[in-house]
Design a protein around this ligand. Sequence first.
Ligand SMILES: NC(=O)c1ccc[n+]([C@@H]2O[C@H](COP(=O)([O-])OP(=O)(O)OC[C@H]3O[C@@H](n4cnc5c(N)ncnc54)[C@H](OP(=O)(O)O)[C@@H]3O)[C@@H](O)[C@H]2O)c1
Length: 482
Amino acid sequence: MASWEIGRLWQTLTYFEIVPLVNCWQRLFKQGQSKSKRSSTNMVILVAGATGGVGKRVTKKLLERGDRVRALVRDAARARDILGEGVELFEADITIPETLKPEMMRGVGAVICCTGTKVQPVEGDTPTREKYYQGVKFYLPEVVDTPELVEYEGIKNLVRVASQHIPAATDRMIFDFTNPNASLKEIWGAVDDVVMGGVSQSNIRLAGDRAIFSGNVSTENNGGFASVRTRNFENPLDLSDYEGIELRVIGDGKRYKFIARCEGKWDGVGYSYSFDTIYDYPTTIRIPFKDLIPVFRAKTVEEAAELDSGKVYSMQLMLSKFEYDGELNPKFEAGSFRLEVEYIKAYGGKTKPQFVQVSSAGVTRPNRPGINLEEEPPAVRMNEQLGGILTWKLRGEEAIKSSGLTYTIVRPCALTEQLGNKALYAEQGDNLRGQVSREAIAQLCIEAIALPEAVNKTFEVKEEQQGNTNWKELFSSLKKDN
Ligand SMILES: NC(=O)c1ccc[n+]([C@@H]2O[C@H](COP(=O)([O-])OP(=O)(O)OC[C@H]3O[C@@H](n4cnc5c(N)ncnc54)[C@H](OP(=O)(O)O)[C@@H]3O)[C@@H](O)[C@H]2O)c1
């Protein structure tokens, strides 16, 4: 009988926040609920123009939700002051292609672009600017930068680099170990047969572009499994739009299991799928949700429903001597093992927007026959004096539409600094006039990246009492672009 280490059991129990109320395994394992704050997804969202009025709100809201945000900013020191510590900064200027390096796109699943030509009152940076910015009073505006560069060339540059690097719009990255989140150890921990009295030992660590699950599996003391498992995600993943899980691995020829759970209990039903690896050869494993087998400690649970992919609480990778119901794993060998994992993602989802652009209402109105300039907002009336700002914004929109990326183009009416607690009204055809808060536009952009209903739609938006407060309905009511 090999010597069993209570210290390692204790480590496992404390890591997964299972509080030992009494010295009874059964009871113990039912208590385990992990609640600590940690991000549940690894996709990075790139926010361009993150220091601006809309951009800083987008950034703040995403961070509050626990998303990973990379802010494309022109001046990192200034951006740090505005955005605080929680955000990753990438210094670049969209008008200078050399600054838009591929590293900027590492792990990025979607871009929210809130850049815009700096416009200010001709009086300059006096208290006037505040009033101007808040739409309180009209002051004669002037552009500081060149709209052609910022609104068109810049967007073209950003879209080019984004379309080269953003993954398929039908996938959702969950763990991208090629672009690891520093908090791997915060999320993944070992669960070996030590919990049953065994002596197998494993861990997961980052090396190069991969996470390496390795260790030694032993059948001593009636043991025979080693595994690594995530703590419960703070917000269970809603993968109901997807067909299944895809793993990219390099294995050692052994058969492993992937297990997902749709409840927060430590020792509840797991949904398991066995997959074979090829020695030292990269393999892509696709696990349709419908093929996951409900198991309780390697015994199938006939009466259990299918995995509820709408609330995935945790994931686990395991090497076990057992298959299911006492069957043995035909590829099992005691001893050392190694499974390298490049990523874990959901596949087969509905297409979602990869690029969300904050454009402007009025972009098609300059020189449009029949337009009564008296009724139009200043940007339309003064398009020429403002360097053709709206004309170049429209050209920027066209660059996005022809990029091959899936997109949402939001054209806000006059932006305000109000609270953003009003309903929104959206329309197509570019005839809308009114106001909308930067707060509401920021929220709209964030909602768009998660909604298939927002794909390839361009629309104007303002606040209105009778507007819509349901995002899905709001996007569904709009037509796709031709
Ligand atoms: N004001 C309105 O009533 C109104 C109405 C409809 C639409 N819009 C449009 O809505 C968008 C967002 O408005 P906002 O009020 O949030 O704008 P904003 O406060 O002026 O922010 C613009 C952002 O773009 C960044 N930027 C400018 N040029 C850049 C470049 N070359 N490379 C990288 N970043 C650059 C700025 O960075 P720095 O901090 O480094 O300058 C800033 O973060 C703009 O496109 C605006 O034109 C405005």
